[in-house]
Structures are given as C-alpha cells and as structure tokens.
Design a protein around this ligand. Structure first.
Ligand code: ATR
Length: 276
C-alpha cells in the first residue's frame, strides 16, 4: 500500500489524513496517510528517511514550507516563485520534486464560494509572509487585480521584487478609511497574516469590511477566527475560513500523486463541515 504523510509542527490537529482517505475512497484506492511531527533541526532527516523507506509522497505545512524549498533537488516554476513547497513528489534515486498547490487551492475555494471564474475585480491580501507569497501568482492568473498590505514594509518590498504587477497599496494604513478606488462589492479581503494563529487582533478600519464582497481567512479553526468575527461585526457580506482551501489544495496534490485523478471536493466539504 502506498504511504503518504504530512510534515508539520504542530501536526496532531491536521485534517489532511481524513481528506486524502476520503479522496482515495472516491477512486477505490487504498493508501496510508499519516501525520509526521518534526522540528526545524530534524526536518530534513525526517523527510529523507520517509522517502528512503518508500514514501510515495508528502505534504508539508507550517512551519516547514520555505525550508522545504531549499531542501528539494527540483522545484516547479510556481513553487520556485512562491519560495515555498507544500507537496513533495519522489523522482527516484533520492531526487525530490517540490511543488505548491496552495495558490490553486485558494483560487478554487474562492471560485466555489463566489461561483465565479474570476471571483472579483480585485483582491487585497493582508500580510506579506510565506502564506501570501504562496498564493499571489494564482490570484493574478485568475484575472483579479492583486494588491497587498502589511504591518511593516520590508516583506512587501521583497514580494514586489518577486511578483510583478502588485498594486501600489502596500503601505496603505488599514486603519484609515478605504479609498474610493476600492468600490463596494468589487473586491475580496484575504487574511494571509499569522495573526489568527494566536487569536490576535488585526487592525482594519470598518470601511474595508463594509465594502468587501467576502472576508476570507486562510487559517481554519473549529470556530470562526478573530478576523471573521471582526468582519461579521462590521457587516461584511460573507466570511470564510481556510478549510475549503485546505480541501482544494489537497485535491490538486492528490491528482499530482495519482496520475491526474481529480477528486470531487464538494462531497468532502460536506463530510468535513458536518464533523462538528
Ligand atoms: P507565514 O508563513 O504564516 O506567512 P510569516 O512568513 O512569519 O508566516 O509571515 C507572517 C505575516 O503575518 C507577516 O506579514 C506579519 O507581518 P510583519 O511582516 O509586519 O511581521 C503578519 N502578522 C503576524 N501577526 C500580525 C498581527 N498581529 N497584525 C498584523 N500582521 C501580523
């Protein structure tokens, strides 16, 4: 039986094993999918040992996505630009291909939620760390105008050098009134900061929420995140957490490992939403 795993820290909460087992059932495939806890110091050894023992593929989550991009022998173009890897594919003879399916996952979830091929005219990504870097390219390719803003400027400058065409809102103070160039109903807000991890408050002026067609948090939790609750209080039309993105990025990874077999994600969404 093929063995897959997900590396992360923490990892015990990960829903990836359930998601991949549900996908496998759809195709009558039998597989083993485990969770692997690692530390920064031991991560590379864990990965090497997993593939030496015949591992068929692995996912990588927080905090190892950037480290993995440095570790593999080959990178897809999109993973190289993102500087992050969430999916590992063994190529034989100790060679490993690193890819990222996070951008495709977020875009597919935004399409699902909005029921539109181009989910909105514009999207404002809040945060400029690894999570943001992983999704910029897919959002741009969907035809949306992508802007970003961050608490501090250093990471934005770095991303601007890597991704051309990022709009000039990067240092805009989200505490200030939304400018008129951001028309109500025309844009999405995506929280790509790590603030929700620590249930931290994110300073955003109400006007940004009031005009947003959707406030999306890339984090997921059993209850609404602080960002979602804040958006709901400010009257944003729709809020979502990153569970749909998790399912969609897993589907793209599944297809990479299983000869292009693309699972039905709607079914798995229903199963996980009713998990309580
Ligand atoms: P990740 O890989 O999860 O993106 P990261 O690379 O450490 O993690 O980036 C974290 C991002 O969240 C950064 O954009 C950070 O802002 P700074 O660059 O100013 O540090 C942002 N962030 C974290 N906590 C935040 C908070 N409480 N308010 C606003 N931004 C926050």
């Amino acid at each position: 039986m093929k063995h897959f795993t997900v590396f992360g820290n923490p990892i015990s909460h990960s829903l990836s094993p359930q998601i991949h087992q549900a996908f496998a059932q759809q195709f009558g495939v039998e597989l083993q999918y485990t969770r692997s806890l690692a530390s920064k110091a031991t991560f590379a050894q864990h990965v090497a040992a997993f593939f030496r023992s015949g591992g068929a593929g692995a996912n990588v989550t927080v905090p190892f996505k950037q480290q993995t991009a440095q570790l593999v022998t080959h990178l897809t173009d999109r993973a190289a630009r993102a500087g992050a890897v969430n999916t590992l594919i063994p190529l034989g003879c100790g060679q490993l291909l690193g890819d990222t399916t996070d951008g495709a996952g977020l875009l597919n979830d935004l399409r699902f939620i909005t029921q539109r091929e181009r989910p909105a005219a514009k999207v404002l990504i809040i945060g400029a760390g690894g999570a943001a870097a992983g999704v910029i390219e897919s959002l741009q390719k969907s035809g949306m105008e992508v802007a970003m803003t961050n608490r501090t400027s250093a990471k934005v400058t770095e991303l601007q050098q890597r991704f051309v065409g990022l709009q000039g809102l990067e240092f805009a103070d989200l505490n200030q009134q939304r400018p008129s160039s951001w028309q109500a109903g025309d844009y999405l807000l995506v929280n790509a900061t790590s603030a929700s991890l620590g249930q931290q408050h994110l300073a955003v002026h109400d006007s940004w929420f009031e005009g947003a067609a959707l406030a999306y948090d890339m984090m997921y939790a059993k209850t609404d995140t602080v960002f979602m609750q804040r958006a709901q209080r400010a009257g944003v039309a729709k809020t979502a957490d990153g569970l749909g993105m998790l399912i969609e990025q897993a589907a793209t990874a599944f297809a990479l490992w299983h000869e292009g077999m693309l699972p039905n994600t709607e079914k798995v969404r229903r199963q996980l939403v009713s998990r309580g």
